[in-house]
Ligand binder design. Structure first.
Ligand code: IPE
Ligand code: IPE
Ligand code: MG
Length: 229
């Protein structure tokens, strides 16, 4: 059985906090704990090989300086302190996106965690950081052109940050949009939009989405298996 690539747009942290009369950053704090829970859950399942999480978009720099710097700090702390979570569960960490815009400390933390977890074989967690689908495609096209190789789908895919097609795309937080996430890789993904805010998202809800997914017939442009040809 082909294992699944699950991708999640983790939206709704700010609203979760605001609804409780707290600052938006409180939602991000809880959100980072949910990242840990969901990643561990995915690593324990035998049917998921990759989990790709949208943590910071190329557009999120537009937010107030305070929020951006809090997110950067939270991220650095998370990457520096979660090593054992990754190692204990056999999770390999990878960053996707253009991390060159981050501080040296953050870039260092990313590289270190990628290196320390390189042998994780239960699950690959791809964390999308300063990630934009358009940005990824443009960077890939540049590198493909520089390589002199033929411009076709197979070759372009090799230069993307991540080439595995997405099977299941989930967005929490109630909006039904893609917000520049994995534009290439979601071409045949099954889409799930849930009103649950990310800090309230649970392994049980992910389990329900997976159960629903397995009832769907994926045709990839072909015909149904049961149709009379
Ligand atoms: C998603 O939650 C996390 C990031 C984009 C970093 P938001 O911060 O977008 O929360 P809402 O959508 O404003 O509630
Ligand atoms: C998408 O959420 C980005 C992440 C979850 C990191 P946003 O909150 O940035 O998306 P929009 O602005 O509602 O489209
Ligand atoms: Mg949002």
């Amino acid at each position: 059985m082909e294992k699944l690539h699950v991708a999640i747009i983790m939206d709704g942290n700010g609203r979760w906090a605001e609804r409780r009369g707290e600052k938006r950053i409180e939602g991000h704090k809880i959100g980072s704990e949910v990242v840990r829970q969901i990643t561990q859950f995915a690593s324990k399942r035998d049917d998921i090989s990759q989990l790709t999480l949208y943590a910071f978009s190329t557009e999120n720099w537009k937010r107030p300086k305070m929020e951006v710097s809090f997110l950067m700090q939270l991220l650095a702390r998370y990457l520096e302190h979660e090593t054992s979570t990754y190692l204990d569960s056999g999770i390999r960490f990878r960053a996707i996106g253009d991390i060159s815009r981050f501080s040296d400390r953050l870039q260092q933390a990313i590289k270190e965690l990628e290196y320390k977890t390189r042998n994780g074989d239960r699950l690959v967690q791809n964390l999308a950081l300063n990630y934009g689908g358009k940005n990824e495609i443009v960077r890939a096209v540049r590198r493909l052109v520089d390589s002199g190789n033929r411009i076709d789908e197979t070759n372009l895919e090799k230069y993307l940050d991540i080439s595995t097609p997405v099977d299941i795309l989930i967005r929490t937080g109630g909006n039904s949009r893609i917000s520049n996430f994995l534009l290439w890789q979601i071409s045949y993904a099954e889409l799930f939009f849930t009103p649950t805010l990310w800090p309230d998202f649970t392994p049980e809800e992910l389990q329900q989405i997976l159960e629903k997914f397995y009832t769907i017939e994926r045709r990839f442009g072909g015909l149904s298996n049961s149709s009379n040809r």
